[in-house]
Design a protein around this ligand. Structure first.
Ligand code: GAL
Length: 957
């Protein structure tokens, strides 16, 4: 559905006289307790309303549990009050009946402690299906054979498969529920399973899907989940699992209705979204309000997923596509959602991370950076900063948790090119005016005055300052009767970034883009004065009977104004606002504003703690940086940063200023210590191509029938999953006797996959990969000299398996669908056939998996099976040879080098490996670091050359 301006105008006319009155809406809970409740307005936890502001990250994409705290601190520092985790069944389950929630990153319970300490609520999303651009959408490989039916229904074979996983994970998560002193408050069952109706408009029930959802709900509850369940509808049309929409009680409903939306394409390749929004003009906004009111009117408008970036497909741009969803995108789209009365939103992803090992599904490579606000290398950029401006506003705007739409249209301003959505708090009558270009795809400059109705009457504002500006892609939320702590802002044309009331009257941070003007009216204020002017001009304090109206223009930097009633106003331009932080002094996710302080300067403020008269801050910086804390100097006589005492001086306007001097180590100095990767050892990585290779311990591929719904063209069945191999390269050895002249092969490895074949050690051909072909065919001639007309011939097919497809493609097999010998005098293979096939994949198949690295790390290459990738392996008798020399003939080689690192203490360094190779190079390279697979480079199909590797995988000492 597109944002339709005409219908909104009609709505405006109907609603323009509306003054929100509090209608009685039902208060819901999950039927088990009152800890989490909700209504038409918002979620209520322990009796307190909250605007759920959440970011998604995946612990299984960071196999170093010690790093989770880093990412979660960055999530909290950005102003989020919630984090969302998918769990990945396949990561936890190497084989049917086996689960690992204990070893390494498989034990994720520390996430709960970290989130609790930081003050983040948790939305937990265990699947069983998750999608997430991961192999089989998070299903274990062993589930993909067809033996468990077509999956995601109430088939008893599938139910028996997911039950142990789902029960156990529900028990683990349930222990950390908000009902038991933890912070997990919502539990999502299934994923984008908008299947409740065979026809949503007529509410015709889909009984199978309903039965499946009821099984999941029952399993969660019997295993200790006593918090609300939710579901995320894939689009505006599915209208599934909402108690409100299910008027006939057909069943399967979750407690809360949720919606997912990716208005600007979920992929960096916009062509992947032509059937939906990739085809619309950039910055097209959508109408969600109507959908939420239709689907779930008695519930909060909740985005279980809203776009936070986009994944990068193999042929996408190197480094991703942050400019598709950059700072101005964040600015406009997230404000729009507030205007749509959304009060719960989970941003997918806030931190994407890495598809290490075999985590990726076929369309994407090693990176899952997602162009997210926190990059794969854990750095923060402008997108993060822009998000922070809005997050702190949401934290300050507690009144957003109880709003109605008070109207919308182009008549609220004196410029028809500006569209305004008005929200009004039904109790306090605080108003939020979300302004944006009427045609949001335009980049014009629009100046306007806004008509605000306040407790002190109506005003066309600004009255003194230059008109408000929407400069290109931008949205602004203007306010009236807004509570800033104990004080009231009668109106403001500058956006409020943050409010802090720690031991003082409120300190309010207003911000405008550099050089713009603003005006705000503080009720009860007197005697405004400029305490600091950095880039300020045209400042006017206009005393009224009820307070002071301040008008200003703000250039680069920030200025400080003080008022007789104790209010401090900080006026920052965008760049200065980006340097502000609001650490919390409490782990209450609701963040009372009197438990926050404001800090300006460094790259990141992670935490703040006040102990006696000492303020202890932790954070990150990379250059000489001023550090200014808005705290009365009487309250803080000692200041430490990362444990080191800092001297400081007090300013006349209620802050203290210290300095952080540039760290001794710089990127350049650390770079200079990095070893050059010059001394390599090499070994042949493909002895299996030779006829003499002994494969008697390989698995005999002899199935004559398959449960897979996509049967092969030739038999035996050569589908790797049914022989227990689910990840990475697969090797097939077929034997035949007789004078064949060639072979026809159809090999399925997923899009971008490739394969090569050898006859008796002689390479006979390859398929190099194509981003849109999941299977490729070739007829390969046998060179006369290679084929033995008497005796046994051995054909080796080495295929690169790109992982399993998602959704309805989960059962698409990986293997050889057709292997037909040609020639031999009897026509097209007549009389000729393979006498046997054997298959090999990762060492141990589904058994004896490396417990820490888990079931997805390795494939079936010789080196992977023999542990050549592990740090302890002795390569003493290997030859000297470097991957940069490369090799001309078809084969596989394994190179090893030792990389001594001595990264200085106290600095957080993100290192990456660069794997080059010209576009036309017909190679596939995999990178292992201390036994972990951390990169897959395919120049022929992909553009990723830089492969970040987490500290903890790399030994920095
Ligand atoms: C959603 C899905 C997520 C992820 C996202 C795109 O539809 O629920 O798991 O696949 O799309 O990145």
């Amino acid at each position: 559905m597109r944002f339709s301006i005409t219908s909104l105008l009609v709505l405006f006319q109907l609603c323009s006289v509306f003054t929100a009155a509090q209608q009685q809406w039902p208060l819901h809970n999950d039927g088990q307790n009152d800890v989490v409740q909700w209504d038409h307005y918002s979620v209520i936890i322990n009796g307190e309303r909250i605007f759920i502001w959440s970011g998604e990250m995946h612990y299984w994409r960071i196999p170093v549990p010690e790093l989770w705290v880093d990412v979660l601190q960055k999530v909290k520092a950005a102003g989020f009050n919630c984090v969302s985790f998918y769990a990945h069944w396949g990561f936890h389950s190497p084989s049917d009946g086996k689960l690992d929630f204990e070893n390494g990153a498989h034990n994720f319970t520390s996430l709960f402690t970290i989130a609790k300490d930081l003050g983040l609520y948790i939305l937990f999303r265990p699947g069983p299906y998750i999608n997430a651009e991961t192999t089989a959408g998070g299903f274990p490989g062993w589930l993909t054979t067809g033996d468990y039916g077509t999956l995601r229904n109430n088939d008893t074979r599938y139910t028996a498969a997911w039950t142990p996983y789902f029960d156990r994970i529900s028990e683990i998560v349930g222990e950390h529920a908000v009902t038991r002193g933890g912070n997990v408050f919502l539990y999502q069952i299934e994923n984008e399973y908008g299947e409740q109706w065979t026809d949503a408009a007529t509410r015709t029930p889909n009984e199978t899907a309903i039965a499946y959802m009821e099984l999941l709900e029952a399993a969660a509850n019997r295993s200790g989940i006593n918090i609300p369940t939710i579901h995320n509808n894939p689009n505006l049309g599915t209208l599934s699992w909402s108690m409100d929409y299910d008027i006939n009680h057909v069943g399967g409903d979750t407690d809360l209705y949720g919606l997912d939306h990716y208005p600007s394409c979920w992929s960096c390749n916009l062509e992947e979204c032509t059937s939906v929004n990739g085809a619309l003009p950039d910055f097209t906004l959508f109408d969600y309000y109507t959908n939420f009111q239709e689907a779930a009117p008695t519930q909060p408008s909740f985005f279980a997923e809203f776009q936070g970036g986009a994944y990068n497909p193999w042929n996408g741009p190197a480094g991703g596509c942050v400019s598709n969803t950059g700072p101005s995108w964040v600015n406009v789209f997230y404000r729009h959602n507030i205007g749509q009365k959304v009060t719960a939103q989970n941003i997918y992803m806030v931190f994407g991370g890495t598809n290490w090992g075999g985590l990726a599904f076929p369309s994407v490579g090693t990176s899952y950076d997602y162009s997210a606000p926190i990059s794969e290398s854990r750095l923060l950029g402008d997108k993060y900063s822009e998000l922070k401006l809005l997050s702190y506003f949401i934290r300050a705007a507690k009144e957003l948790t109880m709003v109605e739409r008070a109207g919308n249209g182009t008549n609220f301003t004196n410029n028809a090119a500006v569209f305004t959505q008005v929200l009004e708090n039904v109790q306090t009558h605080a108003r939020f005016y979300v302004t944006v270009h009427t045609n949001s795809t335009l980049e014009t400059q629009e100046h306007f005055k806004l008509n605000v109705s306040t407790s002190l009457g109506t005003f066309m504002v600004p009255q003194y300052a230059t008109n408000v500006l929407l400069n290109g892609r931008q949205s602004k939320i203007l306010l009236s009767d807004f509570s800033a702590g104990s004080q009231k802002i009668v109106y403001s044309t500058a956006e409020v970034m943050a409010v802090s009331t720690f031991e003082t009257s409120p300190t309010i941070v207003f911000w405008v883009p550099t050089g713009e003007s603003g005006e705000f009216y503080l009720e009860g204020a007197q005697h405004g004065s400029v305490m600091k002017c950095q880039g300020c001009s045209s400042v006017g304090f206009h005393q009224t009977q009820h307070g002071v109206i301040t008008s200003f223009t703000q250039g680069a930097g920030f200025s400080v104004f003080k008022y007789g009633n104790g209010v401090t106003a900080i006026i920052a331009d965008r760049t200065a606002a980006y340097t502000f932080w609001q650490p919390t002094l409490t782990n209450d996710p609701h963040v009372p504003l009197n438990s926050t302080i404001l800090v300006a300067g460094p790259h990141l403020i992670r935490t703040a703690e006040i102990d006696g008269d000492t303020l202890a801050l932790t954070g990150d910086y990379n250059t000489t940086t001023p550090l200014e804390v808005f705290i009365p100097s009487t309250r803080c006589t000692h200041l430490t940063f990362n444990g080191n005492p800092l001297s400081f001086h007090a300013t006349p306007y209620g802050s203290i200023i210290a300095h952080l001097t540039a760290p001794a180590h710089t990127i350049a100095s650390i770079n200079a210590t990095l070893p050059i990767l010059s001394t390599w050892k090499v070994a042949d990585g493909l002895p299996e191509r030779l006829a003499t290779y002994n494969d008697t311990n390989w698995v005999l591929a002899n199935h004559t029938r398959t449960s897979n719904p996509n049967p092969p063209a030739t038999y035996p069945v050569l589908y790797a999953d049914e022989y227990g191999f689910h990840t990475g390269p697969i090797l097939w050895r077929g034997r035949f006797s007789g004078a064949a002249t060639g072979v026809f092969l159809n090999v399925i490895g997923g899009t971008s996959s490739g394969w090569s074949a050898w006859l008796n050690g002689v390479w006979i051909g390859s398929s190099y990969g194509n981003v849109s072909l999941a299977a490729t065919n070739a007829t390969l001639d046998f060179p006369g000299a290679a084929v033995k007309s008497t005796g046994e011939n051995v054909l080796l097919v080495l295929q690169d398996n790109m992982g399993h497809d998602e959704t309805t493609g989960v059962l698409n097999p990986r293997g050889i669908a057709n292997a037909t010998l040609i020639g031999g005098g009897g026509g097209n293979g007549a009389g000729l056939g393979f006498s046997s096939w054997r298959v090999q994949g990762n060492a141990g198949g589904e058994k004896d998996i490396d417990p820490v690295r888990g079931p997805l790390n390795e494939g079936g290459l010789h080196a992977e099976r023999l542990g050549w990738h592990l740090p302890g392996f002795d390569d003493g008798d290997w030859a000297v040879g470097s991957p940069e020399e490369g090799f001309g003939e078809a084969g596989a080689r394994f190179y090893r080098t030792v990389v001594p690192l001595r990264i200085p203490e106290g600095v957080d360094v993100s290192l990456a490996f660069e794997l080059g190779g010209a576009r036309e190079s017909r190679l596939r390279a995999q990178l292992y670091v201390n036994g972990y697979q951390f990169g897959k480079r395919i120049p022929w199909v992909g553009n990723q050359v830089e492969f970040p590797v987490f500290p903890g995988i790399l030994n920095y000492k």
